[in-house]
Write a protein that binds this ligand. Structure first.
Ligand code: NOJ
Length: 510
């Protein structure tokens, strides 16, 4: 029998501690080093409005962000705009140099629709815009860095916005016409295409849509139209380019993990997942296609109770279901954080009715002990593991591209240890999912460098490289996390204990 003396108490405590550690390890098998699979690719992501600047030069016309930030001078509380951003329109060679310093396999950037097509339509191609992207792509290819291109990343032409933007049923045609131009101009060299970035944010959050006034109607019209836009662009690629260009096309969806507050809340957590990402994933990746059944039934029932003659969620015709179903060669997945979900009586009257949130009928929050003063990013990497596991189980283990994952700091500076620990935990969680069978092909960090963040401007810093916005020169300086990421790419191993030596300049090591 166990004698309770000092030593025994210690070993007893140790046993308990081990048990706790083990149960965490079951979920999140921490080891010191882990190898990435052969052929696994690493990259970094950015988007046009967030880095390019040059908002009104060389024939580019206005997009929704150009418009709103000039129409309402302090649209963001700190009055930031993307007018100059990280000045990448002029500094693209330095950007490619950074990619080389890091040893990136690929770089994911987006094309600005209005830089290529100032009228929004293919009647006039802007030569300067075309040249800019050609130069960037060619510079990357010179150093064997694979270009991966997003066609739409938050910057709709303002002219299209004025005629309803993503709520206008014609938008799917306008988008697929633009996609055709991009495939024609760059598809000889670009073999990885992302049609739309984060459709949920486009439809439910984007500032300039005016959707907020019509939530529960306009956001659903938008959802249908972005899915059709994606489906049509995929069809254009299949019918007109796939045979000669032999690339692949997918979409990028943001997938947060919602953890039920208690076991009783599993249904609530499942509902947020259905409304937030199921809305976009199910039509493309499920066997049946279409919006998720539960979402359709819930909105139809509520709409009837509210006196609407038909559901506020638009129908897809059988042909549209087929156009969208299966329209992706891979699943582009952005993941940043985890929240808690629950529902109880306090929800009554909480949300305006009708609205998307009222239809979803769930409360979500971030627990205080997950938050930090530095950042809105929470380091809860088990949520990433759970997301990846759920996608594998629910959607037949599609090939996954992690198109974004990253850490936001409001403090900045070069010594970004918190970003480094975030990356270590999230890469570790991803490797756990891979070891259990998830078909994850690549990982891309957000972001290569600091850039304009939607909603917060330059206050939020996501970069492996710090950008100096005050010198007028926009110098890019590698952070500690850049040295860490570089080591991962060089060794193809995740070493939880790796501590970068920043005394050796990153460029000299290459
Ligand atoms: C996802 C978006 O795609 C990107 O534009 C944004 O900057 C990051 N999230 C960080 O919020």
């Amino acid at each position: 029998m166990l004698q309770i003396n000092g030593d025994n108490v210690k070993s007893h405590l140790l046993l308990i501690l081990c048990a706790i550690t083990l149960s965490t390890a079951e979920l999140h098998k921490d080891t010191q080093t882990k190898k990435f699979p052969d052929g696994f690719l690493f990259g970094a992501s950015t988007s046009a409005y967030q880095i390019e600047g040059a908002w009104n030069v060389d024939g580019k016309s206005e997009n929704i962000w150009d418009h709103i930030t000039h129409k309402i001078p302090c649209f963001l509380s700190n009055c930031d705009t993307g007018d100059v951003a990280a000045n990448s329109y002029y500094l693209y060679k330095r950007d490619v140099e950074m990619m080389r310093e890091l040893g990136l396999d690929f770089y994911r950037f987006s094309i600005s629709w209005t830089r290529i097509l100032p009228t929004s339509f293919p009647d006039k191609i802007n030569e300067a815009g075309k040249n800019y992207y050609n130069n960037l792509i060619n510079e990357m290819l010179k150093y064997n860095i694979t270009p991966m291109v997003t066609l739409y990343h938050g910057d709709l032409p303002q002219k299209l916005q004025q005629i309803g933007g993503w709520t206008n049923p014609e938008v799917s045609k306008w988008f697929s016409d633009y996609a055709r131009v991009a495939f024609e101009l760059f598809g000889d060299r670009v073999k990885h295409w992302f049609t739309l970035n984060e459709p949920k944010e486009t439809c439910n959050q984007d500032y300039a849509t005016g959707f907020r006034d019509l939530s529960g109607i306009a956001d659903y019209l938008c959802a249908k139209n972005v899915l059709l836009a994606h489906g049509k662009a995929y069809e254009v690629y299949n019918n007109e380019f796939r045979a000669s260009q032999n690339g692949n096309v997918g979409i990028v969806v943001s997938v947060k993990w919602y953890e039920p507050e208690t076991e009783k809340e599993i249904d609530a957590a499942e509902d947020v997942a259905i409304f937030e990402w199921g809305q976009f994933i199910h039509p493309i990746f499920s066997e049946t296609g279409d919006f998720p059944k539960k979402m359709k039934e819930r909105i139809a029932k509520k709409s009837a109770e509210q006196g609407f003659p038909s559901s506020r969620l638009p129908n897809f015709s059988p042909e549209e279901v087929e156009l969208v179903r299966g329209s992706a060669d891979f699943f582009g997945l952005n993941h940043y954080s985890t929240c808690i979900a629950y529902r109880n009586e306090s929800i009554n009257g909480l949300y305006e009715s009708p609205s998307y949130h009222d239809d979803m009928n769930v409360i979500t929050y971030t627990p205080n002990d997950w938050k930090s003063t530095e950042s809105a990013s929470t380091n809860v990497s088990w949520g990433f593991y759970k997301v990846l596991t759920k996608i594998r189980n629910d959607y037949g283990n599609p090939p996954i591209y992690i198109t974004e994952n990253g850490f936001n700091s409001e403090i900045g500076g070069i010594l970004d240890d918190n970003r480094m620990s975030y990356l270590k935990s999230y890469l570790n969680a991803m490797l756990d999912a891979i070891s259990e069978g998830s078909d994850i092909r690549l990982y891309s960090i957000w972001s290569l460098m600091d850039n304009f963040e939607w909603g917060t401007g330059y206050k939020s810093k996501y970069g492996l490289y710090e950008v100096n916005y005050t010198s007028g020169k926009f110098e890019r300086v590698p952070r500690k996390s850049a040295y860490f990421y570089r080591n991962v790419l060089k060794t193809r191993v995740l070493d939880i204990n790796f501590e970068p030596d920043m005394s050796v300049p990153i460029c000299e090591e290459n």
